[in-house]
Design a protein. Sequence first.
Length: 319
Amino acid sequence: MKKIFTIIALSALIMPAFAQQDKQLTHYFFNNITTNPGAAGTNENICVGLTLREQWVGFPGNPRTGAFTFSMPLRPGLGGVGVVVIADQLGASRDFTAKASYAYHARFGEAKNRILSFGLNLGILNKGIDFSILNPTQLGDAYLSATNSESVMAPDLGFGVFYKSPTLYFGLSGQELLANPLNYASGAKSHIDRHYYLTGGYNYKSSPTSDWEFKPSFLVKTDAVATQFDFNVLAEWRELIWGGLTYRYQDAATAMVGFYPLSKGGNSTLKIGYAYDYTTSGLGEPSQGASSGSHEIYVGYCIKPPVKPRVTYYDPTWL
């Protein structure tokens, strides 16, 4: 009976660490490459981004996530490349992900400003358990009383299709497609779930000279068992400041603000944003730990790639 109780207790502690395998990012519309490798290089700038998030503040073992992204286009006809690095902590779980992406861009339209992109990413997932922070109610069990940390590494594969025009984007992708099993040295077992994403967004101005631009967007995430839906509306004024609202089904309502410290009219763009998620799920109830919400900061910097001057050669014999 003791052994059965031990297994149940350990499962209660460890399994939540694997329940949220999909990292939560409220600024998803700035981070399409985190879910879709087809987005690599599609904004036609060299861009880096950093997101820091603390979720469900006040709830014991709440998730904490840091994400770094890099994306750039290659020469015309060669597509784009990108890198995604994510560190995530949830309870006793310590996760690290690093992925490299390549996307092939097919351009069409009169101005060649519409892109249909096919992307692939390859990387590694490292999932760890820190037993030292567990507080077992049953003493004397060697497994629960362990003070060491264990981790296991597995390869990762993702694929995505991404469409982008000057006013519209749309993407469909899958991540963790290998669905690797995770076998720890201690005997603990888990697995990585496949995740699928559908996203889209639109930029709307009432007239070309309007000071306001509205940017509705959505993100649907599923592991074929549970599905989550995000819907956001962002309002940007004169390409200087923005504010917006997000609703995440059965989880949170979000308010966000941001600004551009550098003018968007130059060769580079710096943007800084903050989002506060008000918890609408049961985690916000006092009986469940009373989460006071989630905080997220995003910093992104983009620069236009250098344009090589066109060189024309003349054959004097034809002059």
